[in-house]
Design a protein around this ligand. Structure first.
Ligand SMILES: [Zn+2]
Length: 104
Protein backbone atom coordinates (compact mmCIF):
# COMPACT_ATOMS: atom_id res chain seq x y z
CA UNK A 1 0.00 0.00 0.00
CA UNK A 2 1.29 3.44 -0.89
CA UNK A 3 2.35 5.38 2.21
CA UNK A 4 1.46 8.66 0.47
CA UNK A 5 -1.96 8.09 -1.13
CA UNK A 6 -2.90 4.68 0.39
CA UNK A 7 -3.44 3.07 -3.02
CA UNK A 8 -3.09 -0.69 -2.86
CA UNK A 9 -0.92 -2.10 -5.64
CA UNK A 10 -1.93 -5.54 -6.89
CA UNK A 11 0.86 -7.69 -8.27
CA UNK A 12 4.14 -9.11 -7.05
CA UNK A 13 6.38 -6.75 -8.98
CA UNK A 14 4.88 -3.41 -7.89
CA UNK A 15 7.85 -1.23 -7.08
CA UNK A 16 6.08 2.10 -7.21
CA UNK A 17 2.59 3.40 -6.59
CA UNK A 18 0.40 3.00 -9.71
CA UNK A 19 -1.53 6.10 -8.62
CA UNK A 20 1.02 8.71 -7.55
CA UNK A 21 4.31 7.09 -8.58
CA UNK A 22 5.72 7.06 -5.03
CA UNK A 23 8.39 4.32 -4.92
CA UNK A 24 7.57 1.40 -2.61
CA UNK A 25 10.11 0.31 -0.09
CA UNK A 26 11.07 -3.37 -0.23
CA UNK A 27 9.14 -3.82 2.97
CA UNK A 28 5.92 -2.43 1.47
CA UNK A 29 6.33 -4.60 -1.63
CA UNK A 30 6.98 -7.65 0.54
CA UNK A 31 3.89 -6.95 2.66
CA UNK A 32 1.64 -6.77 -0.42
CA UNK A 33 3.26 -9.93 -1.78
CA UNK A 34 2.66 -11.83 1.48
CA UNK A 35 -0.94 -10.63 1.65
CA UNK A 36 -1.57 -11.87 -1.92
CA UNK A 37 -0.03 -15.26 -1.14
CA UNK A 38 -2.11 -15.52 2.01
CA UNK A 39 -5.29 -14.75 0.04
CA UNK A 40 -4.24 -17.29 -2.61
CA UNK A 41 -3.73 -19.99 0.04
CA UNK A 42 -7.07 -19.18 1.70
CA UNK A 43 -8.78 -19.44 -1.68
CA UNK A 44 -7.16 -22.83 -2.38
CA UNK A 45 -7.93 -24.03 1.12
CA UNK A 46 -11.62 -23.12 1.01
CA UNK A 47 -11.82 -24.69 -2.46
CA UNK A 48 -10.44 -27.95 -1.07
CA UNK A 49 -12.71 -27.89 1.97
CA UNK A 50 -15.70 -27.23 -0.23
CA UNK A 51 -14.84 -30.18 -2.46
CA UNK A 52 -14.37 -32.35 0.62
CA UNK A 53 -17.76 -31.28 2.03
CA UNK A 54 -19.39 -31.86 -1.36
CA UNK A 55 -17.88 -35.36 -1.50
CA UNK A 56 -19.11 -36.16 1.99
CA UNK A 57 -22.59 -34.86 1.17
CA UNK A 58 -22.69 -37.02 -1.96
CA UNK A 59 -21.64 -40.04 0.09
CA UNK A 60 -24.25 -39.30 2.77
CA UNK A 61 -26.95 -38.88 0.13
CA UNK A 62 -26.08 -42.22 -1.45
CA UNK A 63 -26.05 -43.92 1.96
CA UNK A 64 -29.46 -42.38 2.70
CA UNK A 65 -30.67 -43.70 -0.64
CA UNK A 66 -29.50 -47.21 0.28
CA UNK A 67 -31.22 -46.99 3.66
CA UNK A 68 -34.41 -45.73 2.02
CA UNK A 69 -34.33 -48.76 -0.33
CA UNK A 70 -33.96 -51.09 2.66
CA UNK A 71 -36.89 -49.38 4.41
CA UNK A 72 -39.00 -49.70 1.24
CA UNK A 73 -38.07 -53.37 1.09
CA UNK A 74 -39.08 -53.93 4.70
CA UNK A 75 -42.32 -52.03 4.07
CA UNK A 76 -43.06 -54.35 1.15
CA UNK A 77 -42.34 -57.44 3.25
CA UNK A 78 -44.58 -56.16 6.06
CA UNK A 79 -47.32 -55.33 3.57
CA UNK A 80 -47.08 -58.85 2.11
CA UNK A 81 -47.23 -60.41 5.56
CA UNK A 82 -50.25 -58.30 6.46
CA UNK A 83 -51.99 -59.48 3.27
CA UNK A 84 -51.09 -63.11 3.97
CA UNK A 85 -52.34 -62.78 7.54
CA UNK A 86 -55.69 -61.35 6.50
CA UNK A 87 -56.06 -63.99 3.74
CA UNK A 88 -55.29 -66.64 6.34
CA UNK A 89 -57.91 -65.16 8.70
CA UNK A 90 -60.55 -65.12 5.95
CA UNK A 91 -59.79 -68.74 5.00
CA UNK A 92 -59.89 -69.80 8.65
CA UNK A 93 -63.29 -68.11 9.16
CA UNK A 94 -64.59 -69.71 5.97
CA UNK A 95 -63.30 -73.13 7.02
CA UNK A 96 -64.98 -72.82 10.43
CA UNK A 97 -68.27 -71.77 8.79
CA UNK A 98 -68.10 -74.76 6.42
CA UNK A 99 -67.28 -77.15 9.30
CA UNK A 100 -70.40 -76.04 11.14
CA UNK A 101 -72.74 -75.93 8.18
CA UNK A 102 -71.54 -79.04 6.31
CA UNK A 103 -71.84 -81.41 9.27
CA UNK A 104 -75.30 -82.85 9.94
ZN1 LIG B 1 0.55 6.62 -4.02
Amino acid sequence: MCSKCKTIAIGNDATKCPNCGEPFSDYQTMKVDLKLRELELKKQDSGESFKEIEKRLEFTASEMGKIQKKIDNIDNILENQKNLKSRHDILERELNRLKHTALP
